[in-house]
Design a protein around this ligand. Sequence first.
Ligand code: C5P
Length: 222
Amino acid sequence: KNGLQVAIDGPASAGKSTVAKLVAKKFHYIYCDTGAMYRSITLKAIRLGLDLNDEEAILNLLKKTRIVFEPGDPVQKVFVDGKEVTNDIRSTEVTNNVSAVSALGSIRSELVKRQQFLARDGGIVMDGRDIGTTVLPQADVKVFLIASVSERAERRYKEDQTKGISVSLDQLKQDIEDRDYKDSHRKISPLKKASDASEIDTTSMSIDDVVKAISRLIENKI
Ligand code: C5P
């Protein structure tokens, strides 16, 4: 193995991808945003007008779909079948429909397989909802990041403002709560802290402090 497997899970907008990316950079590890994979297949299914409950149709589509990540600043770039979708997968429409697609068992099995392949040699920081519990149950470091709903909505609000998107704070809170509820209550691999994961509440922590805390966990294992 060329390094550790680091699993970072947690609810929506807890800052997982921001810190996961920085931690990966610090240790020269690969960064894999598994949420972007679920978002990518959701985007493609919406664009093709598929019924998002039609598991067979979405699975057939996923099998023909190539999802590729490329390093980028400030966010990693995402390509679906060679076309960049970095911003498109963050649209409100995708965000509000992704939990339905990610609840489909065969879609999860296919993406989990791809994620395990990416992580096979270690040297990876992977973020998502089920990394520590299902994708990499043997991960060397497991982190469960949480933050209060108001804090997460406020972070999202500020992020949206810089992008020129205007959604009210109350609406964002509602959307975050709905998505967390769906992700925590689905039958297959629900969002759940692995019993051996370290929980970090980032509500009143800076990004830098969170990166330091996770780095310490990694350094203790190297
Ligand atoms: O992390 P992000 O908010 O981009 O994830 C989008 C959605 O993808 C989540 O709300 C969840 O429904 C799904 N997801 C998942 N398992 C993962 C990562 C994301 O079910 N490992």
